[in-house]
Design a protein around this ligand. Structure first.
Ligand code: PGA
Length: 252
């Protein structure tokens, strides 16, 4: 049985005090939720302070990126060990903003995935097509390449600590959500890729999230799809009431 995972990616938003306030609100409003996992991914500068607020609660902590080397002269970068040290259990890798704005390629992303897993972090690997790729019928091809290359040399034990987030780039921060059926089509395809690379059992147990303009008003229909096991939420995760309602989704 897959356990649903709702994650908030705060991106480059919130000072330490804003982060602490939001985290306190989430702790208060979500304390009774015990049948699904809840994750928040504040910016690096807020991780430690937020970890103190959510310690011992049902809310888990994640980072938005990590570097692929373990330590040393890499000015400005943050290692897996540092993330674990401030209480992170998860890290998002390969988010489309890093792929397309920072120009990270599949090889870099794969190195990050392997280093994070080796150091005991759980990874949310993001995949998703651009609008022109969707319009030219390349969605499945792009998603397959990102999945296969992102997971290269990740073994059958390590894959159990990987979540895949399908995030069509044209739906991120645009207000355009993929139709639940479109998310379902791509996410069941991702599951079939995992079956080919690993095994039916692993494919069946891997959590596949949808991300891209998830809101309180569309979460229930998205979560009603059989291969949507959670959501990676950007903008709406910054608004307390919205994120609380998203976490408390109800399937049709
Ligand atoms: P959005 O972002 O919910 O603001 O569209 C999603 C994401 O980038 O993870």
């Amino acid at each position: 049985m897959r356990r649903y995972l709702i994650a908030g990616n705060w991106k480059m938003n919130n000072t330490v005090s804003e982060s602490v306030n939001l985290a306190k609100g989430l702790v208060e409003n979500l304390k009774d939720v015990d049948d699904r996992d809840i994750l928040i991914c504040p910016p690096f500068t807020s991780l430690y302070a937020v970890s103190q607020v959510i310690r011992g609660t049902n809310i888990k902590l994640g980072a938005q990126d990590v570097f692929y080397e373990e330590k040393g002269a890499f000015t400005g970068e943050i290692s897996s060990l540092m993330l674990k040290d401030v209480g992170c259990e998860y890290v998002i890798i390969g988010h489309s903003e890093r792929r397309h704005i920072i120009k990270e390629d599949n090889e870099t992303i794969n190195k990050k995935v392997k280093t994070a897993l080796r150091n005991g972090l759980k990874v949310i690997l993001c995949v998703g097509e651009l609008l022109e790729e969707r319009e030219s019928g390349k969605t499945l091809e792009v998603v397959k390449a990102q999945t296969v290359e992102g997971l290269r040399d990740v073994n059958a034990d390590e894959i159990r600590n990987v979540v895949i987030a399908y995030e069509p780039v044209w739906a991120i921060g645009t207000g355009k959500t993929a139709k639940p059926e479109d998310a379902q089509e791509v996410q069941s395809y991702i599951r079939s890729i995992l079956k080919d690379i690993y095994s039916p059992e692993i494919a069946e147990n891997t959590i596949i999230q949808y991300g891209g303009s998830v809101k309180a008003s569309n979460i229930d229909s998205l979560m009603s799809m059989p291969d949507v096991d959670g959501a990676l939420v950007g903008g709406a995760s910054l608004v307390l009431e919205e994120f609380v309602r998203i976490v408390k989704f109800q399937k049709f």
